[in-house]
Design a protein around this ligand. Structure first.
Ligand SMILES: [Fe+2]
Length: 288
């Protein structure tokens, strides 16, 4: 089959799980489309799990627990049944090892909200078989791009690949008071900082030019943007975007559209942009 589209989702704060938003609506739409197209499973790189050494790990815990989520009532997540895809997890280890990575299965990893927040929003009726891939703690953009490239063949086998990170995500520069005092994560008592607006625009410019090898170059180069460190105090929420650029950055992906489909600002300065690169219609057309 033709390759499935790839999503880069900005998961934002934990409150994105419990509050309605344009992003949440889009996540649900993407989940509905994935199910309608009969995906075999989801392969996801988040932003909250890195290996403890110079390696990359794939979650193979058959019965993972969920880490607690602050600022969200447990009824929103505690009964949602996770569905780890252990077999595909081992396949991912094999693909990564064949590509030269120091990759291994982790049978003890418990899931964190960066991934299951998105899964609950995308698939409220039930979690599809899901594989979680860790980050490497060196946070090298090219390394994570190559991880996406190594797993790209899964897109031709009916798997949905996505990255869950952040477009502008600097917890040190968020305005937390309205959320902590009033439970209002969307309050905007002042406009976002110019550094946040500028970097957010750069992310849109990079992704809206679509897939292909140029996407890999543009995304990895963003870490040299003069405002990168303002927008990302730590590198972790940017790695998922590097992964996405690898997954939809082959020559065959040239011309695949990149669309900013939804966006929510939280905590004044955190920009939760939701992107899709590629289309289901291209996939369906080829199948026919
Ligand atoms: Fe996060």
């Amino acid at each position: 089959m033709a390759p499935t589209p790839v999503h880069f989702f900005s998961h934002g704060s934990t409150m994105m799980l419990g509050e309605e938003s344009q992003s949440a609506d889009y996540w649900k739409k993407c989940g509905d489309e994935a199910l309608a197209n009969g995906i075999k499973g989801v392969v996801i790189m988040g932003a909250h799990w890195a290996s403890n050494d110079d390696a990359i790990e794939v979650a193979t815990n058959p019965e993972p627990q969920k880490s607690p989520v602050a600022y969200v009532h447990p009824s929103k997540y505690k009964d949602y049944a996770l569905k780890p895809d252990v077999a595909t997890g081992h396949r991912c280890v094999d693909l990564l090892s064949a590509a030269g990575f120091n990759a291994r299965a982790n049978p003890g990893f418990n899931w964190i909200h960066d991934t299951y927040l998105i899964l609950i929003r995308m698939f409220p009726g039930g979690c599809p078989p899901t594989t979680i891939v860790s980050m490497n703690p060196r946070y090298d953009p090219h390394y994570h791009m190559r991880v996406g490239a190594a797993l790209r063949p899964l897109r031709e086998q009916g798997y949905l690949l996505l990255g869950s990170g952040g477009a502008v995500h600097n917890l040190y520069r968020n305005v937390w008071d309205p959320m902590i005092k009033y439970g209002d994560n969307f309050a905007q008592t002042t406009p976002p900082g110019p550094w946040a607006l500028e970097f957010r625009q750069s992310v849109e410019d990079v992704l809206s030019r679509g897939g292909g090898p140029g996407l890999r170059r543009r995304v990895t180069r963003l870490m040299k943007h003069p405002l990168f460190r303002d927008a990302h105090a730590t590198d972790d929420h940017f790695m998922a975007l590097c992964f996405v650029s690898g997954a939809v950055g082959a020559l065959e992906d040239q011309g695949q559209p990149g669309v900013l489909a939804a966006e929510d600002w939280e905590l004044t300065n955190m920009c939760n942009s939701q992107f899709t690169i590629g289309t289901w219609s291209a996939s369906s057309t080829t199948v026919r």
